[in-house]
Design a protein around this ligand. Structure first.
Ligand code: SAM
Length: 342
């Protein structure tokens, strides 16, 4: 665990800020338990090749994701932001004094809307962001400390799974786990069930789960959002290969793969792939892995499932997560669920 220490040049304000910040690195634990890269070996050794979406998030990948959020075609972030702006005060009135755990916190931009709402009600502020992108987590935490002088932060650098098992003791009256940005859509139905079980294990009865999900809508709108005209999503997708090269001493040539995303209407999910432009062999030396690609063969890098409010509500209920309220936008494009563990 890193409790931030200051150097002699640090002024007293910075010292005060850093005393409010703890960062716990879960990587070592993760690598012992999961054997680093075993998910890459498994995914690339299958007939239908896959890679876990968490490998998008190198520091560069996190920057690219921030750019995606600003794209005209990517309605997701804008829509969820507008919902949060409408309902943050109501959420705070329901939860009262409450510390916020956020899974996949990224830049915490939308979270600020909630922090502002707790602050406006003169409630104490405690935030526990969780993210695999350690650089993004640390930079964001330091900026939040400057902008919120009474905020205490306990940041966990690592995966959702390990973070949920290692949350520190609660310091405020209640706790909410936030999972916004429709990251739930990256989990397949089976992973989703396991994830909900992990949420219920991490919460105590009466505590909250705040979930933001993208809803089912026309194929045309969805496909435009994942095939933007500026090519940022394509760069984000291809960056995963660069990240794997760095992590595992690999030789993926990103000019020999292309971005491909489409809406699978049967499964109600966007599928994002990287397609090999030729027959080629790639090596990831640190994993002792050699992968053959036929021309046109793809690696699925992400699914982004699109949800139906009633169906999801029932699923949550089967995990004792009872929906207190769902907020949507005027188009019914995005849903924000506030659930309470029974
Ligand atoms: C789609 S972005 C969402 C960021 C932010 N919550 C938002 O709504 O804009 C997903 C974030 O989750 C992080 N992430 C992805 N997979 C993760 C995992 N398995 N465990 C922890 N963090 C993860 C990424 O680094 C990234 O910051």
């Amino acid at each position: 665990m890193t409790v931030f220490k200051t150097n002699s040049k640090t002024d007293s304000q910075t010292t005060n800020n850093l005393q409010r910040l703890t960062i716990k690195h879960l990587h070592e634990v993760a690598s012992i338990l999961a054997v680093a890269g075993s998910d890459v070996v498994k995914g690339l050794s299958q007939i239908d090749k896959t890679l876990p979406p968490r490998y998008f998030y190198s520091d560069r990948g996190s920057e690219l994701f921030e750019q995606i959020c600003e794209l005209p075609e990517y309605y997701v972030t804008r829509t969820e932001t507008s919902i949060l702006q409408e309902c943050a005060t109501e959420i705070v009135k329901i939860t009262g004094e409450c510390e916020l755990v956020e899974l996949g916190s990224g830049s915490s931009t939308k979270t600020r809307i909630l922090l502002d709402a707790y602050q406006q009600q003169n409630l104490p502020l405690r935030y526990l962001p969780v993210d695999v992108s350690g650089g993004m987590l640390e930079n964001t935490a330091k900026q939040l400390l400057i902008d919120y002088p009474s905020l205490g932060i306990y940041a966990l650098a690592g995966t959702y799974e390990f973070a949920l098992q290692q949350l520190p003791a609660k310091q405020l009256a209640t706790r909410a786990i936030a999972f916004i940005g429709s990251s739930l859509g990256n989990l397949n139905p089976q992973e989703c069930q396991i994830f909900f079980s992990q949420i219920t294990e991490a919460l105590q009865p009466g505590e909250y789960f705040l979930l933001g999900v993208d809803l089912q809508k026309s194929k045309h709108i969805l496909e435009a959002a994942y095939n933007d005209s500026q090519g940022v999503t394509a760069e984000f997708n291809l960056n995963m290969l660069e990240h794997l090269n760095r992590l595992y001493d690999g030789n993926f040539d990103t000019t020999q793969f292309e971005h491909w995303a489409f809406y699978n209407e049967t499964e109600n999910q966007i599928e994002m792939h990287l397609r090999s432009l030729k027959q080629q062999t790639v090596e990831l030396h640190a994993l002792n892995l050699q992968v053959d690609f036929a021309a046109g063969e793809t690696i699925m890098t992400e699914i982004s499932r699109k949800f139906n409010i009633e169906v999801l509500q029932e699923e949550l209920k089967s995990h004792n997560l009872v929906t207190k309220k769902v907020w949507t936008d005027v188009n019914n494009w995005f849903g924000l669920f506030l659930c309470q563990l029974q």
